[in-house]
Structures are given as structure tokens and as C-alpha cells.
Design a protein around this ligand. Structure first.
Ligand code: PCD
Ligand SMILES: [Cu+]
Length: 789
């Protein structure tokens, strides 16, 4: 496929930011070096659960290069020992009373260089009194389970919340009369977003001006600034958060971590800038994990394969502090989109959140708040039903998919899917895969030999949070601002509140301006990631940038276009109503030659030209976009695997992915996003797992144990597309950044289990490592999340 160098608008344009990235000239947090800068390091708990008896910092303080040692006690004096989480819980910045997970922050050393800071950690003497740990979420509510959050008044167990959606009575009624009911326990194990760049910050507090400048690789600079203002009591206008180039976020860089607060305190107490960068193990052990949902799904159906109702119960492991990032009203995120892409009579889910002695998180790792868990569950359950009915999983899906004429579709759990043509996408995927031939190949395999499996998944996402009426984070509404200014010479600057972590926003947002105004994308500079330079907005996660900020960009460009019309009417001395727009130019209706380009108009807007009453001059506009609904991208995925029954080794032979994200701004970038997510899916389905032993020791704290997929595990992707524009989005686009991560794990797992069908295996949990597959074939599947089974 060809990549056009310079489309004026949508198209396969090379990424503008790559000019600096491929030359190694990006600026990441760790590239920020300030005069006199000091370095911080965190002392972490070796225990999952222990009382702190004493902390002796004298020897560390005496280290010649150490400038400060901060403990929970220091912070208590500043009322900073605890901070609010994004789920209205509290989290220890540095532990005072107890440590509650292995790797928890206990002390912070500030020194002249990073080596001295790390050395001094070993000089701190902490006396711990170990306590029994809660490791298994399903045991967290046992009456004899140790209470983890005894810091919280009135908390006498490990219960966080109960939440449900749908109509329980109606669902139970359908189940009571159903011809077929299948039930299955399904685990979505704890995984980690594992961005290549770990989390970090440089805090620079200027005692003279009282201004704090915080370089931090956050996905949500404005939200962070507001929270710092609230937590530290600093005036918000005296805080500047700069999120420079970010080496991957994947939800890991949404929360505020104790290290950030410590860097700020370190800078305040030393009067010097302080850098804190975590290492790989710290990132995997202590920052926001994802999933950890213990689900029980039930399907009620007719014998001929009509899905009638769904019932789900979930125990959600939130770790030691409820630090889940999601809109306030939704403690289980958007999990209630679990009815997926199917037309069901009734559905109900009940989710119970519990504390365990594990790192806090539950971040939306490529999943728009628990949508990945939901999509995985329903797609696994459909295959369990197919197994039970001995029906072809493609046929079963076709039979139950929503029909195009049902949109906008009100779901039984309260969503309104904006648009879709599901059968078309599934048919395209089946055709691309050559489904009938694959099944024929499978049927012709001799028994006892190598196994082959074909797995299908169909997913619907709800992305673009969100309408202010329903969605906020810590009380902050989820609308996003945009400002566009066209300079006298026709070049433009767009300022947006979202922040790219590799998605290519500097290119695609310039393309949206180009599409709407006809200014070449190279002439549009996109400014983001700096709270002093950009309008307020909640940041990039949940694939919300295109649905919200992309819409804001189109709207603000259209406002500028209307301003340009007024100026053009003065230039051409005609009524504005007699002007017609074509990309980049206003012209007189009926006289195409009489017109002015957007660049000519920009110059005139800054000139001495007499402008009509009420037109102020210059060419700029601002807007705040509050989306009317989320957007609902969808897709059909087919995975083909070969399984060696002797070793349990799985090889992904082919992967067909048909995605519909509405109008594509830059198809090349969209395909790159899909490639990344498909690799993610293979990783989670086959390799990735943060496991714990019975004492709560984290067993996956390096890339030797936490296995990431590489090109070796990935086939050459086969991509297809359909385009169903979002009816409420100004350019018809839907988010896509997370689609493939949401949709692909089920396709891989369904393929492996399809291969194991001759061995009578109906279900096995991720990750399907060789050992686990081999045991499943022997009829002895493992609990994958615990090393103790
Ligand atoms: N239709 C359409 C859509 C879209 N697009 C494009 O694509 C991209 C993406 O988008 P979206 O979907 O809107 O998304 P955003 O918001 O931007 O982003 C976010 C996402 O993104 C993804 N992807 C990526 N990539 C990279 N490179 N890196 C990173 O980090 C990342 N991450 C991941 C995640 S996870 Mo979360 O945070 O968990 O919630 S969420 C997420 C951008 O550029 C845009 O513009 C286009 O073109 N078209
Ligand atoms: Cu931050």
C-alpha cells in the first residue's frame, strides 16, 4: 500500500514526529537535565504485608552525597503521607503504619547522583513485623482474612464495593425458562501495560516565584496539575505540568504515583530540581497493573443457538489501594458492555471489588475501563456455548449479531451503541481467512497428530469518555478544549489538551485541521502536553482523543472557517451568504475564479482591511467539546494456531483482523495501532502474567519472567476494514487505539481451545503457556494466577 507524502487532509501521511524519533532526538523525561539537579530513589517494602516497627535513616543521612531522606513521618508533618486515588480512595505516599504490598514505597532518598541515591537506600534500617498476606482475591472476604486497610475508619474487612448493571429479575426469568444454560469460570489474569519507558518525573520548585514545574510522562497533564493543587495545597496557576515525549503509556501513565509526590517534596525541601525515574522492576512491581478479574459467566440459550440472556458475577482484585482510573460513576469501569455485539433479551452483572496485598491499579490498559475483560468474557462464553451445542462458532455468532437496522441500539445494560454493521465485518473476516477451507483442513487432520485451531472473536467497544452528564474523574468533567490560531502567513498552531504517547497526534490532528481548512498538515503545529500552553482537558486514555479532542479540533477549525468567510466577504465585497467553501478557499457562488485562499484570508485578517461589524480581526478560535455519546468501534478477528500436543507449544499461524473505527484520519497510523494491539493480544493470551506466591511475593518483576511478545511470536497480520461513520462525531471517526488489544486475546484463546477440542478441553485460562496447554491436554488445567496451585 502506498503512503502519500503530503495529503491535505485525511490519508496515509508519514508521521511528522518520526523525523525526530528515528534520529534519536525525542525528549523524554529522562532527557530533562537541569542545572544543580538532584536524584531521588525509592526504598521499597520487601514484604507484602507487615507492620513497620521503626525506620532508622541516620546512616543514610550521613552519606556524603545525600541531601535529604524523606519518610512517611516527614510527610505526615506536611499532611502528605496519604494522597487521594483516582477512585476516591486513599493511598500511602510513603508507608507510615504498615506496608500493604511488596514493592510499596517506604522512604525516598535525594542525593547528588543516582548511584549515591540507590546506595543510600541500603543504609536505611527498617524493622518490619510480617503479617499474613491476602493473595487470592476469592479469599479476601473470608471472615478470617487479615484486614488490609485498617487505616480506614470503620473498615473491618477487605470489601471495596458492590456494583451491578442490567435487570436481575428479567435475567433470572429468562434463565428459568431457558432450554440450554452454560456456565464457566473465566479468569482475566493480572497483566501489566509495560510501556518501554518507565514512569518518572523531574520536579522543580522555585522558592522565589513559588512556581512548581513538573516534567512528568503523564497521559493526563491537566488532571495531574489539578490533583497536585488539591493534594499539595499549591495554587493551581503556580503549577506547570509538562509531559514531554512519552515512550508508551497504555494506561500505565494515568495515575499519580508516590514517586511523583516524593520528587516534588524533595525539590521543596532541598531547593533544587529532583529527578526520579523508576527502573523496570519497580515499574512492573508497583505501578498500575491491569485486569485481575475473576469472572463467572452464564449464558441462557435455545437449543438451536439463539442467545437469550447473560448473567455475570465478578470478583475484582484491586490490590492494596483502590487506585483504579475510571469515571466516578463506574467502579467496574465500562464492564457492563459485556453483552458485546449480540442481541439478547436480558442481562445482568454484579461486580465485587476487594483489597488484596498486591500493587494497586486496575488501570485501563488498552481497554477503555474494563472493556477488555468484558469482550474477553462474552467471546469466551459464546465459544463455550458453541462447544456445548456442537455448533460452528462463526455460525453461532452470525445468528446472534445485532443487525444494522437495530442501530442506534439501546443495550440491556444501559448503553446506546451509535452505529454498526456487524454481519458485514464478520463476513469480510471469514472471506479473508478462507474459513471454509480452514475448517476442511482441520477436519482432514489425522487423529493424534499436530493440532490446528481456528478462533473467532467479535467485539464492540465504547470509547471516547465522555458526556459530562455521565462521566467525570474526581469530579472533573470529561470535556476537552482546543484552540486554533492561523498566523498572518497562513501557518497555524493547534493547542489541544490530550497527550500523545506514540499514537502520532502531531500528524493526525494536523490532518484534521488540513481537512477542514485546507492548510497543509506540515503548516500546522500541534502543541500538547504542557498545561501552560494548552487548554484544559482530561488527557489521553480509553481511546478518547479522537472521539473527544479530534471532534474539538474539527469544531474549532470550522469556527475558524466561518471567521474566514467573514473576512473573505470583506475582501471580495460580497455578502458572506454568497460564498461557497472548497478545501482551502472561499469563492463567490457561480463565479469560481473569484475567491480567496485561506492563506490570503489569514493575511487580510491581520491587515488594515476594513472588516464587517462584529468581526474582530485575526484568525483564531477556541472551543470546548462535550461529546453527546461515546463512539462504538467494532471488529471481527480470526486467529489460526498450530499446537504441538507433545510440548503444548502454540504457534500463531495467521491473524485476520477487520476493524471498523468509522472514518480513518490516517489509515497508516490506524493500521499501526491495530498491529500493536494484536501483538498485545498474543502476549496476554500466551505469555504475560504477574503471578504471586503464597506470601504475596511478586514473581513477574522483570522481562525475564514477564514475557512480552516480539516479532518472533507474531505472524504477518492480515488487515481488513469496513467504515461505519459515527453519526454524532463531526468527522465520523471512532477511537481505535485499543481495539485490537480488546478484541484479539479471545481470538487467540478460542483458537487454542478449538485446537484442543478433540481432547475434550472446553476452557483454560490465560496465559496459555506450553506447560499450561500441555496440562490442559492431560485434563489438569492450572490456576494461572497463583504459583501455589
Ligand atoms: N478513526 C481514526 C481513529 C484514530 N486515528 C488515529 O489513531 C491514533 C489513536 O487514536 P485514538 O483511538 O483516538 O486513541 P488515543 O486516545 O489517541 O490514544 C490512546 C490509546 O492509544 C493506544 N495506542 C498506543 N500507541 C502507542 N504507540 N503508544 C501507546 O502508549 C498507545 N496506547 C494505547 C492506549 S492504551 Mo489506554 O491509556 O490504557 O486507556 S488508550 C490508548 C491517533 O493518532 C488517531 O488520530 C485515526 O487516524 N482514525
Ligand atoms: Cu504527574
Amino acid at each position: 500500500m502506498t503512503t502519500v507524502d503530503k495529503p491535505i487532509g485525511f490519508g496515509r501521511m508519514h508521521r511528522k514526529e518520526d523525523a525526530r524519533f528515528v534520529r534519536g532526538r525525542g525528549t523524554y523525561v529522562d532527557d530533562v537535565n537541569l542545572p544543580g539537579m538532584l536524584y531521588g530513589a525509592v526504598l521499597r517494602s520487601p514484604f507484602a504485608h507487615a507492620r513497620i516497627v521503626s525506620i532508622d535513616t541516620a546512616a543514610a543521612q550521613a552519606h556524603p552525597k545525600v541531601k535529604a531522606v524523606i519518610t512517611g513521618q516527614t510527610l505526615e508533618g506536611l499532611k502528605l503521607a496519604w494522597m487521594p486515588t483516582l477512585s476516591q480512595d486513599t493511598q500511602a505516599v510513603l508507608a507510615t503504619d504498615k506496608v500493604r504490598f511488596q514493592g510499596q514505597e517506604v522512604a525516598f532518598v535525594v542525593a547528588e547522583d543516582k548511584y549515591a541515591a540507590r546506595d543510600a537506600l541500603e543504609l536505611i534500617d527498617v524493622e518490619y513485623e510480617p503479617l499474613p498476606a491476602v493473595v487470592d482475591a476469592r479469599r479476601a472476604l473470608d471472615p478470617d482474612a487479615p484486614v488490609i486497610r485498617d487505616d480506614k475508619e470503620g473498615q473491618t474487612d477487605n470489601h471495596i464495593f458492590d456494583w451491578g448493571a442490567g435487570d436481575e429479575a428479567a435475567t433470572d426469568a429468562v434463565f428459568a425458562s431457558a432450554e440450554v444454560v452454560v456456565a464457566q469460570d473465566v479468569l482475566y489474569p493480572r497483566v501489566h501495560p509495560a510501556p518501554l519507558e518507565t514512569c518518572g518525573a523531574v520536579a522543580d520548585f522555585d522558592a522565589v516565584t513559588g512556581k512548581l514545574t513538573m516534567w512528568c510522562n503523564t497521559q493526563a497533564p491537566h488532571a495531574h496539575r489539578t490533583v497536585y493543587a488539591l493534594v499539595a495545597g499549591l495554587p493551581e496557576h503556580k503549577i506547570r505540568v509538562i509531559s514531554p515525549d512519552v515512550g508508551g503509556g497504555f494506561g500505565n501513565k494515568v495515575p499519580i504515583y508516590p514517586g511523583y509526590v516524593c520528587a516534588i517534596v524533595g525539590s521543596i525541601v532541598t531547593g533544587k530540581p529532583v529527578k526520579w525515574m523508576e527502573d523496570r522492576s519497580e515499574n512492573l512491581m508497583s505501578t498500575g497493573f491491569a485486569r485481575d478479574y475473576h469472572m463467572r459467566g452464564e449464558v441462557a440459550a435455545t437449543r438451536d443457538g439463539r442467545i437469550r440472556a447473560l448473567r455475570v458475577k465478578v470478583v475484582a482484585d484491586h490490590g492494596a489501594f483502590n487506585g483504579t482510573a475510571q469515571p466516578t460513576k463506574f467502579p467496574a469501569g465500562f464492564f457492563h458492555v459485556f453483552t458485546g455485539s449480540y442481541d439478547v433479551e436480558a442481562a445482568h452483572c454484579a461486580v465485587t471489588g476487594v483489597y488484596t496485598n498486591k500493587a494497586p491499579g486496575g488501570v485501563a490498559y488498552a481497554c477503555s475501563f474494563r472493556i477488555t475483560e468484558a469482550a474477553y468474557l462474552i467471546e469466551r462464553m459464546v465459544d463455550v456455548l458453541a462447544y456445548e451445542l456442537d455448533m460452528d462458532p462463526a455460525e453461532l455468532r452470525m445468528k446472534n449479531l445485532l443487525k444494522p437496522e437495530q442501530f442506534p441500539y439501546p443495550s440491556p445494560t444501559g448503553w446506546e451503541y451509535d452505529s454498526g454493521d456487524y454481519p458485514r465485518a464478520l463476513q469480510l473476516a471469514l472471506d479473508m481467512a478462507g474459513y471454509a477451507e480452514l475448517r476442511a483442513e482441520q477436519a482432514s487432520r489425522p487423529a493424534g497428530g499436530p493440532l490446528m485451531g481456528i478462533g473467532i472473536s467479535f467485539f464492540t467497544e465504547a470509547v471516547g469518555a465522555g458526556p459530562r452528564k455521565h462521566m467525570d474523574i474526581l469530579g472533573l468533567g470529561m470535556a476537552d478544549g482546543a484552540e486554533l490560531r492561523v498566523h498572518p502567513t497562513g501557518k497555524a498552531v493547534l493547542r489541544i489538551s490530550v497527550q500523545s504517547q506514540g499514537q502520532g497526534h502531531e500528524t493526525t490532528y494536523a490532518q484534521i485541521v488540513a481537512e477542514e481548512l485546507g492548510i497543509p498538515p506540515d503548516d500546522v503545529e500541534v502543541v500538547h502536553g504542557d498545561t501552560d500552553q494548552t487548554p484544559f482537558g482530561l488527557g489521553t486514555y480509553g481511546s478518547r482523543s479522537t472521539p473527544v479532542s479530534g471532534a474539538a479540533t474539527a469544531v474549532v477549525a470550522r469556527k475558524v472557517r466561518e471567521r474566514a468567510r467573514q473576512v473573505a466577504s470583506a475582501m471580495l465585497e460580497v455578502d458572506p451568504g454568497d460564498l461557497e467553501w472548497e478545501k482551502g478557499r472561499w469563492y463567490v457562488r457561480g463565479d469560481h475564479a473569484q475567491g480567496r485562499s485561506i492563506q490570503e484570508i489569514a493575511l487580510a485578517a491581520h491587515s488594515s482591511l476594513e472588516l464587517p461589524e462584529g468581526v474582530e480581526g485575526h484568525l483564531d478560535a477556541t472551543t470546548v467539546y462535550n461529546p453527546p455519546n461515546l463512539t462504538f468501534p467494532f471488529g471481527a478477528y480470526i486467529c489460526v494456531v498450530d499446537v504441538d500436543p507433545g510440548t503444548g507449544q502454540v504457534k500463531v499461524r495467521r491473524f485476520v483482523a477487520v476493524d471498523d473505527c468509522g472514518v480513518r484520519i490516517n489509515p497508516m497510523i490506524v493500521e499501526g495501532q491495530v498491529h500493536g494491539g494484536l501483538a498485545d493480544g498474543i502476549g496476554m493470551a500466551l505469555m504475560e502474567l504477574i503471578a504471586f506466591d503464597e506470601d504475596g511475593n511478586c514473581l513477574g518483576a522483570s522481562f525475564m519472567d514477564y514475557l512480552l511478545p516480539t516479532a518472533m511470536e507474531c505472524p504477518s497480520w492480515e488487515l481488513g476494514e469496513t467504515v461505519t461513520p459515527s453519526p454524532h462525531h463531526p468527522i465520523g471517526a471512532k477511537g481505535v487505539g485499543e481495539s485490537a488489544t480488546v478484541g484479539s486475546p479471545a481470538a487467540v484463546v478460542n483458537a487454542v481451545l478449538d485446537a484442543l477440542k478433540p481432547h475434550g478441553v472446553r476452557h483454560a485460562d490465560m496465559p496459555l503457556t506450553p506447560a499450561h496447554v500441555w496440562r490442559a491436554i492431560q485434563g489438569r488445567p492450572l490456576r494461572t494466577d497463583l504459583a501455589i496451585t
